[in-house]
Design a protein around this ligand. Structure first.
Ligand code: DQQ
Length: 647
């Protein structure tokens, strides 16, 4: 075991982290520094005007729409519990430190927010996905879970199994906090399936003195396909924070990968002062580990790195790769979750076999690009040996108030699992797409062919209720308007939010869909494109979600999310949306850019939920073709032994 026995003292490490390479054990490397940067974002409150004639008129100007704000009841002052406990601030940083008025939520409204086909425990708090794997015919999903309430704390491992990644059976808790080395929390970890059939689970434990250590667990009975019972290794912990690393900055071991030196490697997130870093260890038996020299990756001013993920993607094939695959046809994805801003970032690069270095394709990439521009954190992939694909899970937190979470008795959902492939057309990003099994929930569908949406108009789409939908849409801007459009300084737009959200009008946008809307458009959430012509004559496309009018409640996040998205020559603008009550997952251009939002309407709920097209461009008419499916609910329920043949 590397490091010292607890409690131990730490010595400084070199200020400049270096790339990972093999080295003799016991070299001190990093320096301790405390302090977390919490980013407070400004709550966007945008007024509009109500126009109840919109649906009757068919086309009405979006910029006339207004939302009526309810009268405040009592002031709400969110209390941060994460940093005091070391990790996992509630994800809604937008509201942290901002005084907002709490909305008088009633049970009818809150019950509607529970999702129908996203994974959720029956009650209480959930956060990170842990140890996903496919084993003996079952997908296993573990997750960070508080069995005692709807806020983060008392963390143990929840466990569920599925035949298809959509319908789930809840199993008993896999691991509880019952040893000195995890008594303050059984935190995040990953599974490794060894070629001889062993299942290795490495996870972070928060000890009786709140030191972060790595522990080993394994199934009690490998012939049980449900892997119900887990054994914690008697020699735990298997890793202590190395000298020079703060004892609260050492967590979340990855799935291990095997290299030609005959050893398994794992990565663990940490930091040196404000530089986020990833340590790499190698091992032969998962009981004794050796720290490698340097780091896999480091980026200054990014703070603590959580839930690092490291995996290969194929440069040519449309298939996923097992975690140990490497070679000329492979790129390696490095992903980290920034504790500072609660976002996941990834970068593509090459993992050099000879020296164990990971070299980013773009030396200037820094922390990389976002997996998802909305709420999506602490994600983890696994290789699905059954279908030969890499599957990504992400924790989707709440963006309402903690009071509301306590009232409804649960908090957080998991994303629909996404396949991950390299975008072969650009070579610079990944494509994320809902696993094909979600299509099995599709019920009746409606198609709308070439709907013309004139500048400044809203068009209702008659799909009856619109709380559980799968929407596939393509948009085309009229060519004349594209040619006529003036060139602008697109760089000055910077982001979706600085271009004024869905209400900010320009020649070529915004245009898209209004989801989770009510008939009178007092509440609606635009998911939209925004095209601008740059000074060089080239078009730049943004993909955004505007939550500013999503709810009449004021104690929910009203941010505008989004980013620019590459649109290649001859590509149409395309989007897929999965709407499931309070969650909307949006995938633009085949999954090149994704935005997940949590939406908490007060009126646009149950049978009152509607769907519209809108075009707030001043010049261009937009033509849209869509196919929209009503979505069934998934079976997500407790397991009973007589259901073993289920599905
Ligand atoms: N959540 C876990 C930690 C991890 C954090 C604790 C990320 O292991 O760093 O619940 O959300």
């Amino acid at each position: 075991m590397e490091g010292c026995t607890l409690p131990c003292s730490y010595s400084p490490l070199p200020a400049e982290p270096t790339p990972a390479r093999y080295r003799p054990p016991k070299k001190a490397t990093l320096m301790v520094f405390s302090g977390l940067l919490m980013l407070g974002l400004v709550l966007a409150i945008i007024n509009g005007s109500r126009d109840s004639d919109v649906r009757a008129n068919g086309n009405a100007s979006l910029d006339k729409l207004k939302s009526s704000m309810p009268l405040p009841s009592e002031p709400l002052q969110p209390v941060s519990r994460g940093p005091s406990a070391g990790v996992s601030e509630k994800s809604n940083l937008v509201m942290a430190g901002v005084n907002v008025m709490s909305f008088p939520w009633n049970n009818t409204m809150l019950s509607w927010q529970r999702t129908a086909y996203h994974f959720q425990p029956e009650k209480n708090w959930m956060n990170d996905p842990n140890g996903p794997m496919f084993y003996k015919g079952w997908y296993h999903f573990f997750y960070q879970y508080n069995p005692n309430g709807a806020v983060w704390g008392d963390i143990v491992w929840g466990h569920a199994v599925s035949r298809d990644l959509i319908h789930w059976l809840h199993l008993p808790l896999a691991m509880i906090a019952d040893e000195w080395y995890d008594i303050n929390g059984v935190w995040t970890g990953s599974a490794t399936l060894l070629p001889d059939g062993q299942v290795i689970m490495l996870y972070t434990g928060s000890t009786n003195e709140s030191v972060q250590v790595q522990n080993l667990a394994y199934p009690a009975n490998l012939s049980d396909p449900l892997l119900i019972n887990w054994v914690k290794y008697s020699g735990n912990p298997v890793l202590l924070p190395p000298r020079g690393i703060n004892f609260k900055d050492f967590r979340d071991p990855t799935t291990a990968w095997y290299t030609s030196d005959g050893r398994w490697h794992i990565a663990i997130g940490s930091r040196v002062n404000t530089t986020g870093i990833t340590l790499v260890y190698h091992t032969k038996d998962f009981k004794s580990f050796e720290l490698l020299d340097g780091v896999l990756h480091a980026v200054p001013a990014t703070g603590m790195w959580e839930c690092v993920d490291f995996y290969p993607v194929s440069k040519n094939a449309e298939q996923g790769l097992d975690t140990s695959v490497n070679g000329a046809e492979v790129k390696h994805v490095f992903k980290t979750s920034l504790d500072n801003d609660k976002h996941d970032y990834y970068a593509l690069g090459t993992y050099e076999k000879a020296n164990g270095r990971w070299v980013p394709d773009d030396p200037k990439i820094g922390i990389g690009i976002r997996y998802d521009y909305g709420i999506f954190y602490a994600s983890k992939t696994f290789y699905d040996v059954r279908k030969g694909r890499r599957v990504l899970w992400g924790w989707i937190g709440e963006s309402d108030s903690e009071n509301a979470d306590v009232q409804k008795g649960w908090a957080s959902v998991q994303s629909i699992p996404r396949t991950v492939l390299l975008d072969k057309k650009t070579g610079t990003n990944l494509l994320q797409w809902p696993v094909e099994e979600v299509d099995s929930l599709r019920l009746s569908s409606k198609e709308f062919d070439k709907v013309e949406v004139r500048p400044g108009s809203v068009v209702p789409l008659d799909v009856e209720t619109a709380t559980q939908l799968d929407i596939v849409a393509e948009f085309e801007l009229d060519k004349e308007a594209l040619e006529r459009a003036n060139q602008t300084n697109v760089e000055s737009m910077i982001s979706c939010s600085t271009s004024g959200g869905a209400a900010g009008r320009a020649a070529l946008g915004p245009f898209g869909l209004l989801v989770l809307a009510d008939d009178g458009l007092s509440e609606y959430t635009p998911v939209y494109f925004y095209v601008a012509k740059g000074a060089d004559g080239n078009l730049k496309t943004f993909f955004c979600v505007d939550q500013s009018r999503s709810s009449e409640a004021s104690d929910v996040n009203k941010q505008v999310y989004g980013s620019s998205v590459p649109v290649l020559k001859d590509e149409k603008l395309s989007v897929r949306l999965l709407v499931d009550h309070s969650i909307v997952e949006s995938f633009a251009q085949g999954g090149r850019t994704c935005i997940t939002s949590r939406v908490y309407p007060t009126k646009a709920i149950y049978g009152a939920t509607r769907l519209f097209l809108f075009n707030n461009a001043t010049e261009a008419t937009v033509t849209c073709s869509l196919k929209i499916w009503q979505m069934n609910s998934a079976f997500i329920r407790p397991f009973h032994p007589d259901q073993e043949t289920w599905i």
